[in-house]
Design a binder for this molecule. Sequence first.
Ligand SMILES: Nc1nc2c(ncn2[C@@H]2O[C@H](COP(=O)(O)OP(=O)(O)OP(=O)(O)O)[C@@H](O)[C@H]2O)c(=O)[nH]1
Ligand SMILES: [Mg+2]
Length: 276
Amino acid sequence: MGTSILLIGKPHSSKTVFLSQFYSKLQKNKSKLKLYRSVDDLSPISGAREALASGEEPQTTPSEKSVKFYLPIQMAEKQVDLKCPEYGGEQVVNIVENRELNKEWTTSIQESSSWILFIRLNNVNKPLDISDVTYSEQHQKSSKELVSEAEYKISDQSFFIELLQIFLNAKGTDYHRLNDKLKLTIVLTCWDEMNTQGKPYDELKSKLPLLLNFLESNWDKRYLNIIGLSAQGFSLTTPENKEKYKIEGPEEFGYLVLPDGTQTDDITELLQRALL
Ligand SMILES: Nc1nc2c(ncn2[C@@H]2O[C@H](COP(=O)(O)OP(=O)(O)OP(=O)(O)O)[C@@H](O)[C@H]2O)c(=O)[nH]1
Ligand SMILES: [Mg+2]
């Protein structure tokens, strides 16, 4: 049975690192999920695997690259052939900018039974709040500049809402009703950067309240998951951290933050939750 999951994320949101770490953990039996046979084509993640194994950060995926990564997964008694796209996140930015989906994206959206949206909260820009701008004669000019700049750039919250609306439209969902067919998992990535003990739901609520509002007004609770992920575990910018990867191996690192705030090293649970 083929099950197609759509992994959605802007550039630098940890998509490639996640796929690579996910595979490494499966292969080294560091997870509940297993492969029921070997993977035919590892080329979509081979560059990232090599980089991580030598303690380096993977390269950004070129914008035009768009390949499918297939994983034959044993999930309890069920065999699931997972199909997940690996592409440059720049494509997602273009979808919202041009309000346009190409044929490939339309097919992926229509075929998919579950969506996983990666959001790196540390990279999300804070929308301009007019109440933060103190008005005075001197400020008149600069605040005007600020406002006009903001007018031309859509905020990150609006970006994600717009993106989901474009996707829902392509999927042909009935927008009069709460979505109770298509599972959506919001994944707050690079969790390690956030230095927080909070729960994923609360982090989303404090950073992107409008998006959360949109999600809760459009999805049935049982079909909406919000979890945290640190696929890498920590940044690979210091020599000590690079050493850890080289000596112990990438599969030793990375964790998920479950809705109740507890952590698990088994990042493959993300897929289990997205599919059940
Ligand atoms: N601290 C930290 N950094 C991470 C984590 N995951 C990824 N990174 C870093 O963030 C950068 C982007 O990660 P990628 O996996 O390449 O992101 P992507 O979503 O594939 O980006 P594009 O290919 O440009 O669409 C890289 O420099 C990674 O090393 C994480 O869990 N924690
Ligand atoms: Mg990538």
